[in-house]
Design a protein around this ligand. Structure first.
Ligand SMILES: [Zn+2]
Ligand SMILES: [Zn+2]
Length: 338
């Protein structure tokens, strides 16, 4: 089968790989309907994370179950399924508390920019859709696998809801879907922080009420101006840098909540600032599995259209162009068709 391999920073190639097979009786093999490039794939692509030589890339996926191991009972061949980037048993105490991405049996799912994918712990990880989806629903269902689930967790962790003002730091796919999630959760006012017009427009379409183009100190000052000098009740941090994390904390009012979902890279929190900020911090790798049934339902009933974050669609063979376009911020998110 064909699959994307990162050979070295900037060097993505689609080449022949062994087709995955059932290893554990709890595995499923999927024939992928669509895959995509994640903002977090850009860290190793830029050489800022080391994935080792010849890494099979991709962790966001939807597809049709091709084969299941002998112990799998909840999904069967022929079903269309969505799963998360972390496989989980969905039965341990941590899973039952809603933190499947910290499951005690957690396993990474990798190599999803390909034609076929092995998913461990299939019963706990995969959720079947009510039937085979219409073609136009596939991009939205694919977002549920990571970026929508992650934006949703950011909004939940930031306690977005009625009567609250939510600010979103980061205008990548996760930040934009954090806006959509905050809207769904009933937030009264949603401030998107973005300097890029196409992304500002998509944020407004997803439910943002205000756009702030400034960042850093100026961005914090603008959020305060818009909130009677208090700061937002809820801030979603969807970048993962020192600047974005401090911007999120400082834009939150005392007693407010920061939901941080950008994968942290060299973030150091100053204890004294944190102490006097009086903010709640909650975040981490999103427990996407917890939200999948609800998100699939919202997509299936066409109440939300998160697939709009894909502004570039390419055949899998042209994965390298997808990485390059996202790296250069020419594209928000690239969908790959195997
Ligand atoms: Zn991802
Ligand atoms: Zn578990």
């Amino acid at each position: 089968m064909r699959g994307a391999i990162l050979h070295a920073p900037g060097d993505i190639r689609v080449e022949d790989r062994d087709r995955p097979t059932i290893i554990e009786p709890t595995d499923a093999i999927l024939r992928l309907s669509a895959a995509c490039v994640c903002g977090s794939d850009l860290w190793p692509y830029r050489g800022q994370d080391d994935y080792g030589p010849e890494a099979a890339m991709g962790h966001e996926y939807v597809g049709i179950v091709e084969e299941v191991g002998g112990a799998v009972i909840t999904v069967q061949p022929g079903q269309f399924v969505v799963g998360s980037f972390f496989a989980s048993d969905n039965t341990c105490e941590i899973c039952r508390a809603g933190y499947q991405s910290s499951c005690i049996h957690r396993q990474g799912v990798g190599g999803a920019q390909a034609e076929y994918l092995r998913v461990p712990l299939a019963d706990g990880t995969l959720v079947a859709t009510p039937g085979l989806p219409d073609e136009d629903l596939i991009p939205s269902l694919l977002t549920a696998s990571d970026v929508l689930g992650t934006g949703w967790f950011g909004a939940v962790a930031a306690k977005a809801g009625p009567g609250r003002t939510v600010a979103v730091v980061g205008d990548g796919a996760v930040g934009l879907l954090g806006v959509l999630s905050a809207k769904q959760l009933g937030a009264e006012r949603i401030i998107a922080m973005s300097r890029h017009e196409p992304r500002q427009n998509l944020a407004l379409e997803f439910g943002a009420t205000d756009v702030v183009a400034e960042r850093g100190d100026e961005g914090v000052a603008r959020i305060k101006e818009l909130t009677d000098g208090l700061g937002a009740h809820s801030v979603i941090e969807a970048v993962g840098t020192q600047e974005s994390m401090m911007q999120a904390i400082r834009a939150t009012r005392p007693g407010g909540h920061v939901g941080y979902v950008g994968v942290a890279h060299d973030v150091q929190l100053p204890g004294t600032d944190l102490f006097y900020s009086h903010v709640h911090l909650h975040g981490g790798p999103a427990p996407v599995r917890q939200y999948l049934p609800e998100l699939i339902d919202l997509i299936w009933s066409r109440k939300i259209n998160p697939g709009k974050v894909f502004d570039l669609e390419l055949p899998l063979e042209q994965a390298a162009e997808g990485y390059q376009a996202m790296d250069e911020r020419r594209a928000i998110k690239a969908l790959l068709r195997p």
